[in-house]
Write a protein that binds this ligand. Structure first.
Ligand SMILES: Cc1cc2nc3c(=O)[nH]c(=O)nc-3n(C[C@H](O)[C@H](O)[C@H](O)COP(=O)(O)OP(=O)(O)OC[C@H]3O[C@@H](n4cnc5c(N)ncnc54)[C@H](O)[C@@H]3O)c2cc1C
Length: 470
């Protein structure tokens, strides 16, 4: 229970329009996207400036009031939603959505944390530049959320995760002080790289209010192909061929299994099977670059031909237009939604070294099916980054609640295989609330000790998104 006097002080900082207690307005902020968590809060704060955020946090620090920062609320581990107790204030960055500046000569853009990813991509495009982070939630997720989760997505293979796309950060610390680190420098060897502490910290070490991000030349051409492959090992080998033939211009390399494609074809209006014959596994390949539209078409043709000759591909189609490319991407991006009508789904966001990907999928599938023979693995993901969404759909006709009740048991199997192969239980979605209690099983005692030490140093009162991640 937060005292009314504290809530009054917080409201006074942001003024009218900067807060809400209206149940209808609060509702979407309080529910996690998959419906796993339903939180409560006595006050939604919507600051408009960094100074306001700093003043709010200073009051929270003084009074020991817990704060949950929230961006677009598209995170998939419950990190941005308050607990059910109702004794945390929720701080949305949505009103801090200005592009502070674009510097095409320096290939840099400075934006506030509440800018959506799509808005940043758009601002970069207007300056004839590329901001390369691409995820299916880009219309809603915000840069502050992308930074706090170290988001990945479809172009990591070429440009890296969010961590690698940052030049500088502005952060409000848990005591209300502000780090003004918006330096647009590629080289700055002046000691510890403090900005990295806050990237992937899931709002537990401070509130990111703005960022200076890297921009890149805008590729003039993109070519997309959908290729049937004999198995996962072939898909991994095919990536090597694709990189060699394209001179390193592969931007995305996604794995799609037939089961997931069947779901997409069943439930996504307008979706159609790109190839005449059914296959168990597919790769969606995108190359980008060149100085003119269609400049890379011959490269993609050579790539697919080489794959067919080497036996790494069984069939394939190259998109003939932007609309066809979009249709192929839609098959991949509808994969998450298409699992919903099939009932419960136990989800995993695994990474392993690419060289272990085929072993991981074979072993994890065998272990899950040995325990639950009618379960239906739906395997897809950013295989080019060694990242696979290893989801398990419930048996046909089974009881959803009973199936989901076995989440922990099944995850233990899957995460166990990933761990043995020196992989991670969270490639890109983070830990949040969903995987918090599992983290100690897979992270070394030394690493956990350092993480807790950092948290204690920056946030001794434990007011910044408490109970998430650690
Ligand atoms: C359809 C769909 C597809 C997705 N695909 C991908 C994908 O390919 N790759 C991927 O990485 N993710 C993916 N995601 C997950 C999600 O979109 C990302 O994790 C995204 O980065 C979250 O951003 P957000 O603004 O929605 O953050 P939120 O969900 O609001 O918050 C996420 C975490 O960050 C913290 N936080 C938010 N803003 C701040 C801030 N300014 N300062 C400090 N802490 C903050 C929150 O407290 C929370 O812990 C997908 C989600 C959906 C729904």
């Amino acid at each position: 229970m937060i005292a009314a006097a504290i809530l009054d002080r917080l409201r006074a900082i942001v003024g009218a329009g900067g807060w809400s207690t209206d149940a209808a307005e609060l509702a979407p902020y309080l529910v996690e996207g998959r419906g796993l968590y339903q939180g409560r809060t006595p006050l939604l704060l919507k600051p408009a400036t960094t100074a306001e955020v700093a003043a709010l946090v200073a009051i929270c620090a003084e009074t020991g009031t817990p704060i949950v920062p929230q961006g677009g609320n598209t995170g998939l581990v419950g990190g941005g939603v308050p607990f059910e107790s109702g004794n945390e204030v929720l701080l949305s960055l949505s009103r801090m959505n200005k592009v502070r500046g674009v510097d095409p000569l320096n290939n840099a853009i400075t934006v506030e944390a509440g800018c959506t990813l799509a808005a940043v991509q758009g601002a970069a495009g207007q300056a004839d530049r590329l901001f390369p982070l691409r995820i299916a939630s880009e219309g809603s997720c915000q840069i502050g959320g992308n930074l706090s989760t170290n988001a990945g997505g479809n172009a990591v293979l070429r440009y890296g995760m969010m961590r690698e796309l940052v030049l500088g950060l502005e952060v409000v610390l848990p005591d209300g002080r502000v780090i003004d680190g918006l330096r647009a420098l590629r080289k700055d060897n002046t000691g510890y790289d403090l900005k990295q502490w806050f990237i992937g910290a899931e709002g537990t070490l401070g509130i990111i209010t703005a960022a200076t991000l890297k921009l890149f030349s805008r590729p003039r051409d993109r070519q997309t192909a959908f290729v049937a492959v004999p198995d996962v090992a072939a898909a991994v080998s095919l990536l090597g061929v694709a990189q060699a033939v394209s001179g390193g211009q592969v931007e995305a390399f996604e794995l799609v299994a037939r089961t997931g494609l069947e779901f997409v074809l069943r439930y996504t209006p307008g979706a159609s099977d790109p190839l005449a014959v059914k296959h168990d596994w597919y790769a969606l390949i995108e190359i980008a670059g060149g100085d003119a539209p269609d400049a890379l078409r011959p490269v993609m043709e050579r790539l697919v031909e080489a794959a067919l000759v080497d036996g790494l591909a069984l069939d394939g189609v190259i998109a003939g237009s932007a609309a066809q490319a979009q249709a192929l991407w839609r098959l991949r991006e509808s994969m998450s939604d298409a699992q919903k009508p099939e009932g419960g789904s136990i989800k995993h966001d695994i990474s392993v070294p690419r060289s272990s990907m085929a072993t991981f999928i074979t072993r994890a599938t065998a272990e899950v099916l040995a325990r639950m023979p009618d379960a239906r693995p739906v395997v897809f993901g950013h295989i080019g980054d060694g990242n696979v969404h290893f989801n398990i759909s419930q048996p046909l006709g089974g009881d959803k609640a009973v199936f989901l009740g076995r989440w922990h048991e099944i995850s233990e199997l899957v995460h166990g295989v990933a761990h043995e192969l020196h992989g991670s239980i969270s490639a890109e979605h983070g830990i949040g609330r969903l995987k918090r209690d599992e983290l100690p099983l897979y992270k070394s005692a030394v690493e956990l000790d350092l993480m807790r030490g950092l948290k204690q140093m920056l946030d001794p009162g434990n007011i910044m998104n408490p109970g998430k991640l650690l």
